[in-house]
Ligand binder design. Structure first.
Ligand code: HEC
Ligand code: HEC
Ligand code: HEC
Ligand code: HEC
Length: 417
């Protein structure tokens, strides 16, 4: 080959290589290293309880938020879990209990709720709207004493930006007094919370169990002894608190609510430093940069963004692991559910029988109370055990054990075995 040709070939090859290298770097970065959107943190002006006010300041997060509207399904729990209904005889849930859907539908859903479930009054709105902190300020202690119908027309805006962000600084903030008070009673300084803690605590404003304090009806988190099922149970027992009486069994019961935060605490993920937002608000690409997803949904809908940053075993493995955990939980929950229903049925028979040993009957009711608490705590907590598989199965085992003991005691009360 002539030196001229060699020179040309070298130049052409080198150019092609450079172009290819640039392209590889470009595509590699596009997929793996997109910068987080640098947003100047500006103070939002106007009516900040209306989320649309934030749209002009943070258009990418607003666009992400709007995607929540696509999440519309809210099937009834009773279609898939027939044992659930008899368990709730005596409380509003008996009339209706649906699975959750997107944050953007809270107002629509609460206003369409079965009237049997509105007895708790205005407190029902507390985790549904950005307008609540303002209403609490407006009405003071009276807020919790108002009826559902008295407050309902004043609440129009679903969960939104102001629930989690300070409109001046954009920092994550706690807007709900019940959480702040619960943390303070635990001796925590709410001004010293880490950013990673806040990435879970903003969710803990609502995704927790709670009760209404007798008298004031104030929304209260039962966390003074700790956030685990047994600690909360001990808290209620110490207070002698009963929320309702079971219509068939006659037992004085307490009601668990969506304890996602409590269940998550001390799990493998939480103890490894993972937060709710890591899985439920992963970074998503907006083209040239990435933002935190503001679509609150099942992480299984976008397992790649939600899990594969930390897990290298692939989407299929992750999906299978979640499936295994959830199907084992569902199976054990069904065993516990059927055992509690049996306890209820035996209690009903004994209450209607002649010559019943009242002390034994009382003992059976207390065992039923305990069994139902541990079952309910798992049953109403979203995620079917994924947030803390071992603790979930442990709680269900306590439910099964106490339900069986309740059956025995109820039968013994009427002299059969
Ligand atoms: C349920 C709580 C919650 C709601 C509601 C919420 N955000 Fe966020 N937002 C977060 C969390 C958590 C982060 C991550 C913050 C961090 O890690 O510092 C975040 C991050 C952001 C950021 C920083 C950039 C980024 O994407 O990480 C912006 C801007 C933002 N949100 C705007 C909004 C706007 C606008 C709305 C209303 C349309 C909104 N957020 C609603 C929880 C929320
Ligand atoms: C102000 C209260 C509030 C806050 C704060 C909040 N949530 Fe929710 N969340 C709700 C309510 C209420 C629903 C059920 C809405 C419905 O069904 O109408 C819900 C539903 C959900 C769902 C279910 C969606 C589905 O498809 O079933 C997920 C997931 C979720 N939230 C995650 C989070 C995460 C993660 C955070 C924190 C970053 C958070 N939420 C903060 C109140 C809240
Ligand atoms: C390690 C990842 C991870 C973390 C951290 C996490 N979750 Fe989840 N979450 C999941 C998975 C997986 C599911 C099951 C989704 C399904 O069944 O489709 C789920 C389900 C849910 C659901 C029900 C959603 C639905 O569509 O049924 C809610 C609500 C929820 N989580 C809230 C939270 C809250 C609040 C926190 C923090 C206290 C949290 N999660 C922490 C992975 C996580
Ligand atoms: C921020 C990092 C992070 C994210 C995001 C994350 N994980 Fe994990 N995960 C961990 C760590 C750390 C462990 C502890 C074991 C280890 O070190 O590998 C773990 C453990 C697990 C385990 C085994 C332990 C158990 O509790 O069963 C499963 C299953 C799992 N993760 C599934 C998921 C799924 C599914 C998602 C997405 C929805 C997810 N993880 C998201 C960090 C993460």
């Amino acid at each position: 080959m002539q030196p001229d040709k060699i020179k040309k070939l070298v130049i052409v090859t080198a150019s092609v290589l450079v172009v290819a290298l640039v392209a590889v770097i470009y595509f590699f970065n596009r997929h793996n290293n997109i910068p987080v959107l640098e947003i100047p943190k500006v103070a939002v002006t106007g009516n900040t309880t209306i989320s649309e006010t934030w749209a002009g300041f943070y258009p990418s997060q607003w666009a992400s938020y709007l995607e929540n509207y696509a999440n519309t399904e809210k099937p009834s729990h009773y279609d898939t879990k027939p044992y659930m209904k008899p368990i709730y005889h005596g409380i509003g849930f008996f009339a209706e209990y649906n699975e959750p859907r997107a944050h953007t539908y809270t107002i629509e859903d609460i206003k369409a709720i079965d009237p049997a479930r509105t007895k708790s009054g205005s407190a029902c709105f507390t985790c549904k709207s950005t307008q609540v902190p303002e209403l609490m300020e407006k009405y003071g202690a009276q807020y919790y004493l108002m009826s559902f119908d008295q407050i309902k027309d004043e609440v129009t805006e679903p969960i939104g930006c102001a629930d989690c962000h300070d409109s001046e600084t954009l920092d994550l903030r706690l807007s709900r007094p019940a959480l702040i008070q619960a943390l303070e009673r635990q001796g925590r300084d709410v001004n010293q919370l880490t950013k990673q803690e806040m990435r879970s605590l903003v969710c803990a404003q609502c995704h927790v169990t709670y009760y209404f304090a007798p008298g004031t009806k104030e929304l209260t988190f039962p966390w003074d002894k700790g956030v685990k099922a047994d600690q909360i149970y001990a808290y209620y027992d110490e207070k002698g608190f009963t929320e309702y009486t079971h219509a068939d069994a006659g037992s004085g019961l307490i009601k668990a609510r969506h304890a996602e935060y409590e269940t998550f605490m001390d799990s493998t993920h939480e103890s490894a430093g993972v937060a709710c937002a890591d899985c439920h608000m992963p970074y998503v690409s907006t083209g040239t940069s990435k933002i935190s997803s503001h679509v609150w949904q099942s992480p299984l809908n976008n397992i790649k963004q939600s899990c594969t940053n930390c897990h290298q075993n692939g989407e299929e493995w992750l999906t299978q692991r979640v499936g295994t955990i959830q199907s084992q939980t569902i199976h054990t929950q069904e065993l516990a559910g059927n055992a509690v229903v049996e306890a209820i049925n035996e209690l009903k028979i004994s209450r209607e029988a002649d010559n019943v040993d009242q002390a034994k009957l009382q003992e059976a009711m207390i065992l039923h109370r305990k069994a139902q608490w541990y079952l309910d705590y798992v049953m109403v907590t979203n995620g079917y055990g994924f947030h803390n598989p071992t603790e979930t199965l442990n709680n269900l085992s306590i439910a099964i054990d106490n339900a069986h003991k309740a059956v025995d005691a109820a039968k013994a009360a009427r002299g059969t075995s």
